[in-house]
Design a protein around this ligand. Structure first.
Ligand code: FES
Ligand code: FES
Length: 154
């Protein structure tokens, strides 16, 4: 069945069964491979995107159930136009293998949109479902604080 999806400001039409997870539509149908597959069961956060600004696990949302505009890591910034949060990630050298990091950034961006000055506890609470096998949690926390500060000053 045809589905019309608004993603990163553009409308895309895809022809897939209703129950195909958004994750696979992004990756396989639209070649947006910045969103990663980790577990497939909402346990790791690697597949996190935003729908209408809310961080969601794209492995758990069927394409037919997408309720709003999707933002993926490709919509946050580009190498030529790096977003504030991405610059903070770069400056703190957060990424190790990098596999979890697009999901981490999508979750963190949703947190900062809702809470522009999060405490350590707020960050830990918001990010607890985003796992990192490389253990970058202290740098993620520092980068989120830094991004919050930069956004405040902008
Ligand atoms: S792949 Fe979706 S939460 Fe792990
Ligand atoms: S940077 Fe390797 S899994 Fe997080």
């Amino acid at each position: 069945m045809a589905h019309s999806l608004k993603i990163n400001g553009r409308t895309h039409s895809v022809d897939t069964p209703d129950n195909v997870p958004l994750l696979w539509v992004l990756r396989d149908e639209l070649s947006m491979t910045g969103t990663k597959y980790g577990c497939g069961v909402a346990a790791c956060g690697a597949c996190t995107v935003q729908i209408d600004g809310e961080a969601v696990r794209s492995c758990q949302v069927a394409v037919a159930d997408v309720w709003g505009e999707v933002t993926t890591i490709e919509g946050v910034g580009t190498p030529d136009n790096v977003a504030t949060i991405q610059q903070a990630w770069i400056d703190h050298q957060v990424a190790q293998c990098g596999y979890c990091q697009s999901g981490q950034i999508m979750q963190a961006a949703a947190l900062l949109a809702e809470n522009p000055a999060p405490s350590d506890q707020d960050i830990d609470d918001a990010m607890q479902g985003n796992l990192c096998r490389c253990g970058t949690y202290p740098r993620i926390r520092a980068a989120i604080h830094d991004a919050a500060q930069r956004m405040k000053e902008a």
